[in-house]
Design a protein around this ligand. Structure first.
Ligand code: KG4
Ligand code: ZN
Length: 352
């Protein structure tokens, strides 16, 4: 079975073609049938066109420009995904598309395009949740991850902890009450005039900085729940910039950025630790655009080692938005519920 997947939830236009694999095997021989991992699908192509250059002058994504850009490029990106996979549309058995959450105008471009293809070719269409697709990126490269799984999703729009007792089950344990971690990085980079997206710029500039030079307090929610909060930290960082005059050309910038990035990583892993104590997972996964960050990956792996848990992070290109993760999740959902492939009433949603 071949799936063509489309992802346009924010500022990447992406299309991918995947071939479903057969049933997997249970390595321990003790898995109940619902937990036998499926073998990972083959990713025949995964084309991602970033709109960074369009939004960079504004220091953040401009929703109206994002949807216009998706309209301009979607047909070419889908064409490119098919040609790299060396298949024609007549060979596609299933269509998959991100339904939400994300920018509503952007989502509608991908959704309408996918609906058109599914309708014309009389093939089923599966709508996929963007956050669940990010989690799926971990399983795409490691189909044998053992359940229960605790997942930390850190992206530009979302920061959340999920408990997965079995495939396709997602229990939200905590999420950000204000800014997402990636958003805090993007906003500080914008304020300092460093460019967009902020996460990779901050990582690059702060790589050799001293993460202890600026002693930011690790943000915690007052009730010690598993929720996150990054807006106080962002305000503290802005205060430092203003009061201590840390600027773009300043020699202290390197340490400042390293310290800011590190405190975000510590806040994320602190909550992961609390959640792991509460739900006792077998495996940990880290996903979303910010999961590309080396400091965060290292803190995540260190914690997993101390806790004696298996830990997985997708390769960098599967951390940021891409259609392969959408196709992989759609295949799993379709295999479980072939009848769920939706009629064309499928609608986009902006919020989780
Ligand atoms: O998952 P994603 O591609 O889009 C959303 O669903 O939001 O994540 C984008 C976010 C941006 O905030 C970007 O600054 C951040 O991921 N990001 C990084 C790195 N690469 C991307 N943050 C820290 N370090 C990186 N290397
Ligand atoms: Zn995303």
């Amino acid at each position: 079975m071949l799936v063509l997947a489309i992802e346009t939830s924010c500022d990447e236009t992406s299309a991918a073609v995947l071939r479903a694999a057969g049933k997997g095997t249970c390595t321990s021989g003790t898995c109940p049938p619902s937990l036998v991992p499926a073998a990972a699908p083959d990713v025949l192509s995964n084309i991602v066109l970033s709109q960074d250059e369009v939004h960079a002058p504004y220091g953040g994504v401009v929703p109206e420009l994002a949807s216009r850009q998706h309209i301009k490029t979607i047909a070419a990106i889908v064409g490119e995904a098919l040609s790299r996979a060396a298949v024609g549309l007549e060979a596609i058995d299933l269509y998959a598309v991100t339904q939400g959450p994300g920018l509503i105008g952007s989502l509608l471009v991908g959704l309408s395009f996918a609906k058109g293809l599914a309708y014309y070719h009389k093939k089923p269409l599966v709508g996929v949740d963007h956050l669940e697709a990010h989690l799926e990126a971990c399983f795409l490269e490691n189909p044998g991850i053992e359940y229960p799984v605790l997942g930390l999703l850190v992206s530009g729009g979302h920061t959340a902890l999920y408990f997965m007792e079995e495939p396709l089950s997602y229990k939200l344990l905590g999420r950000t009450r204000d800014d997402a971690a990636g958003e805090a990085l993007d906003k500080i980079a914008k304020f300092l005039g460093l460019g967009y997206p902020g996460g990779p710029v901050i990582e690059k500039l702060g790589r050799n900085g001293d993460p202890k030079a600026f002693p930011f307090a690790v943000p915690r929610t007052k009730d010690r729940s598993l929720d996150f909060s990054f807006s106080g930290l962002k305000t503290a960082a802005l205060k430092h910039i203003r009061e201590r005059g840390v600027g773009k050309e300043d020699p202290r910038l390197v340490d400042f950025l390293a310290s800011f990035e590190d405190v975000i990583a510590r806040a994320l892993v602190d909550n992961l630790r609390l959640a792991a104590d509460a739900v006792l997972p077998r495996s940990l996964v880290l996903c979303g655009g910010v999961a590309r960050n080396t400091r965060l990956r290292m803190r995540f792996q260190d914690f997993a080692r101390q806790a004696g848990l298996d830990a997985y992070v997708p390769s960098p290109k599967l951390c940021t938005d891409n259609a392969a993760m959408v196709g992989a999740l759609a295949l799993k959902k379709f295999a479980r519920h072939p009848d769920m492939a939706t009629d064309l009433d499928l609608d986009a949603y902006a919020r989780a």
